[in-house]
Design a protein around this ligand. Sequence first.
Ligand SMILES: NC(=O)c1ccc[n+]([C@@H]2O[C@H](COP(=O)([O-])OP(=O)(O)OC[C@H]3O[C@@H](n4cnc5c(N)ncnc54)[C@H](O)[C@@H]3O)[C@@H](O)[C@H]2O)c1
Length: 308
Amino acid sequence: MSSYLKSKKFLVFLGKSLFSILVALTFTVIPKPRKSVAGEIVLITGSGSGLGRLLALQFVRLGSVLVLWDVNTEANEETRRMAQEAGASRVYAYTCDCSRKEEVYRVADQVKKEVGDVSILINNAGIVTGKKFLDCPDELMEKSFDVNFKAHLWTYKAFLPAMIANNHGHLVCISSSAGLVGVNGLADYCASKFAANGFAESMFIEILAQKLKGIKTTIVCPFFIKTGMFEGCATGSPTLLPILELEYVVQKIVDAILQEQLYLYMPKFLYFMMLLKSVLPIKTGLLIADYMGIFNVMDGFTGQKKNA
Ligand SMILES: NC(=O)c1ccc[n+]([C@@H]2O[C@H](COP(=O)([O-])OP(=O)(O)OC[C@H]3O[C@@H](n4cnc5c(N)ncnc54)[C@H](O)[C@@H]3O)[C@@H](O)[C@H]2O)c1
């Protein structure tokens, strides 16, 4: 490449970079426009309780067609009933154990025939063992990976081709702050959430490289939420790392989807924590984590009473 072309390439890169920073700064002052999801087919896994259920009810208000997946039939039927009561005209509930690849593919085919192409896929189903690594039976660790991570592979395989064909879609990964930092007593959960993050981020890049601008990704990493999943856990730093209200988290996730935001960390302190993790000496980082009680967050864990 001639030196003229090299300088031209560099100037274009510089101009585009500065412009992207300017756009990002503008949207910190004025809110980014929200897209419409009316009529979109939204599939939510783990819709039988907590986050999944409340997300479903929010999408009813936005006029979407709902596809609800959960391993717990009764709980999922209850979400369907609540969605209908909230005014949903098209809501479909399917029993699906997302940890089983063949079942995911089978139910996905049924959805395509009975409802149509899913355009917003929310991988939300999740489980936690809450055991220290050496105390955790192998089958439970495998289950964590199957539900929290591998299910994302199978749902992408099932629904991404139609999104690519239509150059239209949104892939949402409900991960966790435990997908960003290792946590004492959560090794299998953290590993599965790191995997989910890595997969969603890689797919974001892979889709971008194919210039499929109509397919968006949102990766959600919340700290503890009051859903019962992490019942008994406490925060040593309620001001900076509060246990989050479910309604707040759901509103933030919906906003992030409508505004096509790639990363959503909650609470905001997590963004700063990630910066500290990258730049501080390890010992200083560990001292801060110890001061904030982060090593002991799992000490009182009892977990969900009605685990799937
Ligand atoms: N609650 C928190 O503190 C917290 C924090 C960060 C991230 N998250 C993540 O948010 C997501 C939702 O969590 P929640 O707090 O609403 O939990 P929850 O236990 O209330 O809901 C999880 C749902 O997933 C379903 N599920 C479990 N295994 C399944 C399977 N094999 N196939 C299909 N469905 C299955 C359950 O039946 C349940 O309805 C999870 O991915 C979780 O890891 C939760």
